[in-house]
Design a protein around this ligand. Structure first.
Ligand SMILES: [Zn+2]
Length: 46
């Protein structure tokens, strides 16, 4: 699931909590950046 981070207060809000409002529920700031989930790559060392 996608997560968004508020550029003002830095809180991370899951997309499900935003409910299509592109607004931070904590501070009402309107600029949110998408947070990429950390993908752990498996590297096989030979
Ligand atoms: Zn905020």
């Amino acid at each position: 699931m996608a997560e968004y981070r508020c550029l003002n207060c830095g809180k991370v809000i899951p997309a499900s909590e935003l409910n299509l409002k592109a607004k931070c529920p904590y501070c009402s700031y309107k600029i949110l950046v998408k947070v990429r989930p950390k993908i752990v790559k498996r590297v096989i060392a030979r």
